[in-house]
Design a binder for this molecule. Sequence first.
Ligand code: HMG
Ligand code: MG
Length: 299
Amino acid sequence: QLQEQIHITDVAPRDGLQNQAIHLATADKLRLIELLVDAGVASIEAASFVSPKAVPQMADAAELLPQVQSRFPALRTSVLVPNLKGLERAHAAGAREIAVVLSASETMNRKNINMGLDQACEVSEQTLAAARALGLRTRAYVAVAFDCPFEGATPLDAVLRLAARMHAAAADEIVIADTIGSAAPGQVKQRLGALRGVVPVERLAVHFHDTRGMGVANAWAALEAGVRRFDASVGGIGGCPFAPGAAGNVATEDLVLMAELSGFATGISLPGLVAAVDFAQDRLQRPLGGRAITWLRRP
Ligand code: HMG
Ligand code: MG
């Protein structure tokens, strides 16, 4: 029986590592990425080109990216850039794919990238246009697409407006992000249904944090809404340093397990992911793993 494929981008090297007390060495980041590739992961977010003062964990992006791309030429490798300066640095390091990050509330944009909503929108559009002119593939995050840690519930209208603008700016992928992990499946279904009215569903991706244990349920709601592109983080590591209360991303191993048991193909091996979780756990010196990790590690 032919199974439908879903596409998973593992964001552990960026979202997962940007908030860790232990700053991973470049060689360890490369090893983590190698383990993900060995597990069959075809797409990752490797780093961010942001201010090293804001996020010191990502200060080695310009050293890491060329090594990743030369060692794993077939791997889709994206990097987060918040502005034109980030794009310039990423391009100089040989980036082939970038992601801009826009939040659907005024305060979250200010806390995250020190711009108001209007300016963040304009900067994202300029960055997308410049990236396209350089021939790069592009993603656009719409963060706090459900709730903002500072302003509370995000109006659906705001999310639709930003997604439409990012689509008009020709972002290849528009990533609907539950930054603080507060979404529930019914709401995911409703919002993605509405988003399908402004962005072709093939261009929509979802990025769930798993703060309240609903990451996998939300991913299922997104699957039912027709979305086939997912962000996840091996071991469930992650969280935005500027969004208080956010836990890690939905764990890649949980997402893969759910999808495969539900008849979707991911191309990713669960034992391979467990090896990556074990490595990350050893280097970050704390227990890691999604909700299924104990079962996945069973002898
Ligand atoms: P700013 O202070 O307003 O920037 O920061 P500025 O333009 O005034 O410049 C200040 C200094 O930063 C200057 O250097 C610039 O050159 C430098 P100085 O003259 O002081 O030496 N600078 C940069 N350096 C390196 N790379 C750059 C860059 N831009 C300016 N790209 C800025 C604005 C955006 C830079 C800053 O606020 C920043 O870096 N923020 C970090 C944002 C971040 O990484 N957030 C976490 C990722 S987003 C996330 O996790 C959410 C997501 O996962 C989705 C979800 O879950 O919702 C994606
Ligand atoms: Mg995130």
